[in-house]
Every structure is written in C-alpha cells, then in structure tokens.
Design a protein around this ligand. Structure first.
Ligand code: UDP
Ligand code: MG
Length: 331
C-alpha cells in the first residue's frame, strides 16, 4: 500500500474535480495547527475553485493527531494520512504527494513560515504555461548561523549537483499533476523533493518571497535531521564528493614526486649530514591518514545509501487514513 511505483497508474484512475491540493507535513505542531487550519480554510474560501488539504501526521506525540481528526470530521475538504511513527519531513511530503488528487498540488510547511495564500498566486502563474512554480527565499528570519549554513549549502549544492537546482528554494511550491506523477514514480528512499522536482524538468519558474518566522512552537528539524537532509541532497544529486579521493590522491602524488627530486638533488650535492626529518614524516603520515579516512567516510556515506536503497523498505508506513473513500480514491 505504500508502493511508490503503483501510484502512476492509480492516480490516472482517480475521479477528479479538485483543482488544487495542499500538502502539509506535521510533526508535533499542536501550537500552530489551529491557526494553520483557519488560514487554510480562508485560502480555500478565497480560491473560487475546489480545493483539498492533505494533512500528513508524521508520528506526532502531542495533540496534533486529535486536532487533525476533529477538522477532518467537520470540514470535508480536509483529509489525513497518519504515519505509524516519525519518518521525517521528506517522507511526509512524499506521502502527501501520493495522496493528493488535485490537478495541481501545493506543498507548504505547517508552521506558517510559508503563507498558504501565496500558493493561490503560484497556482495562477501555472496558467501562464508553467508546470512548476517554486518559491525562492529573498529573506529569512532565522538566526545568523542557520542562515549562513543554508546559504553555504545551497551554493555548494549548486556547484556540485549534476542538475540545475535553484538557489534558496525549499519545498514550498505548486506543481501540476504531471510533475507530481513523475516524482511519485521515483522509487528512491532518500528523498530530496526539491532536487527531484528540478530533476523532472518541464517548465519551471521561481517566485521570490520573504520567508516568515515560525508563528508558534519550536523547529522540528533537529540538527541531525538537517544534516541528513543536506547530505541526502548533496549525495543523491552529485558524484563530485567521490572524486575527492582522485583529486587528493593526484595532488599528493605530484607533490611527493617533486619532493623526492628535491631530496635527491640535496643528497647528490654533497650534504652528508644525518638525515633529519622525523617531524616531516610524522606530519606526512597523519596528513595522508586523514585524507584516507575522509575518503573512506565519503565512500561509506554512498555505501550506506546504496544499502538503504537495496533493502527496498517503504519510505513510510501508514497507520490510518481519514477522509479517503475505500474504492474511489484509496492509494
Ligand atoms: N516536519 C515533519 N517531520 C519531521 C520534522 C518536521 O513532518 O520530522 C514538519 C514540521 O511539522 C513542519 C515542516 O516539516 O510542518 C517544517 O519543519 P520545521 O518548521 O520544524 O523546520 P524548519 O522550518 O525549522 O527548517
Ligand atoms: Mg519551519
């Protein structure tokens, strides 16, 4: 039931009169969920066409699940996918994309850092002939260190990635169903949605916006989660880190060759004093040891990802769904 490959066929069979789906991943967001829901309701009321919201509960342990249940019962436009545990933001977004029925699908964070109203503008822009309209962050409201890390990451990714991934754009976007189908059909476990979205191609454009601060609560992206997302982005879209070994190896080889010639000349020109150089040898040994371990580590990161892909476990496990009819639109 969580097979990614099946979706292409299934989504084609879906009866469809929904114009825009909003996909919202949620993990322990009890402080913001009420405000989120009312903003989404206002946005849908203003839209002038049929909308739905797919709330994905990524294993919340607070009141998020109960609130989701309540809203799904009182407003038919809300539907929910509840995970069996926390699988991470990208898994939650993937689940939302799998379950969305709209002709186009918008993705936004649950903490209102991405204003839902903007998605209506993005949706309007699709009609100019675009397949993807993504948001580019003009400004951010996070602390200096975090902003620097984001800045550095997106520029490194852009240099290293084998495809053209736009700078400073996250998952906040609207895509048409065609693009969503292609993303859903990708079988990979390490999912970096903003990269996969670029990889798909078609006509894409960015719209800049000011990223808001989180309205309430604390960031659910812990440092390890953020690091994992960054390495997933780099390693699943670039082979450049693998070439570090080749580059470092060649550099050291050339340097040591020049050094060997230097020593030869030094000995031949008659310096017969005892060979000094213990410190040099020790430094060289540690330097090379360091480079070798670094390269092994990079290799290990790729091997670990291959290992995960080969195991072929699903990206997420669904505990239950709310608001899905058994036959017509079960995914
Ligand atoms: N999120 C999630 N699973 C996680 C971590 C985060 O579904 O394991 C959701 C979270 O509820 C929010 C969105 O992903 O709706 C973005 O997370 P957050 O705002 O905490 O990240 P930040 O904006 O600080 O990078
Ligand atoms: Mg946030």
């Amino acid at each position: 039931e969580v097979c990614i490959r099946c979706t292409e066929i299934e989504s084609r069979m879906m009866p469809n009169d929904i114009e825009l789906s909003f996909v919202v991943p949620l993990y322990n967001e009890q402080e913001v969920i009420d405000e989120l829901i009312s903003r989404l309701q206002q946005t849908m009321d203003a839209a002038g066409f049929a909308c739905e919201v797919i709330l994905v509960d990524d294993g919340s342990r607070d009141e998020t699940g109960t609130r989701i249940e309540t809203i799904c019962q009182s407003d038919q436009r809300f539907r929910a996918v509840i995970f069996s545990r926390n699988f991470g933001h990208q898994a939650a977004v993937s689940a939302g994309l799998q379950h969305a029925r709209g002709h186009s699908v918008g993705i936004l964070d649950g903490d209102l850092q991405d204003p839902p109203e903007s998605l209506l503008d993005f949706h309007k822009k699709l009609s100019e002939g675009y397949d993807v309209v993504f948001a580019v962050r003009k400004t951010r409201k996070e602390n200096v260190l975090k902003r620097f890390c984001y800045w550095f990451f997106y520029r490194t990714l852009r240099r290293l990635a084998s495809i053209d991934i736009p700078l400073d754009s996250g998952d906040f976007c609207v895509m048409n169903q065609k693009v969503v189908r292609h993303i859903n059909a990708m079988p990979e476990r390490h999912r970096f949605i903003r990269g996969m979205r670029s990889w798909v191609g078609f006509r894409q454009t960015g719209v800049s916006y000011d990223r808001q601060p989180r309205v309430k609560g604390r960031s659910k992206y812990t440092l390890p989660k953020l690091m994992l997302l960054a390495t997933d982005g780099l390693l699943t879209f670039s082979e450049a880190p693998l070439r570090i070994a080749t580059a470092a190896g060649s550099l050291v080889a050339v340097a040591s060759f020049i050094w060997a010639i230097y020593i030869l000349i030094w000995r031949l020109t008659g310096d017969t004093s005892e060979l000094a150089g213990f410190a040099t040898i020790a430094c060289g040994m540690f330097f090379l040891g360091g480079i070798q371990l670094l390269c092994l580590g990079i290799l290990g990161e790729y091997v670990a990802r291959i290992h995960n892909e080969v195991k072929g476990r699903p990206v997420y496990v669904v505990d239950r769904k709310i608001g899905f009819n058994a036959e017509s639109d079960a995914v």
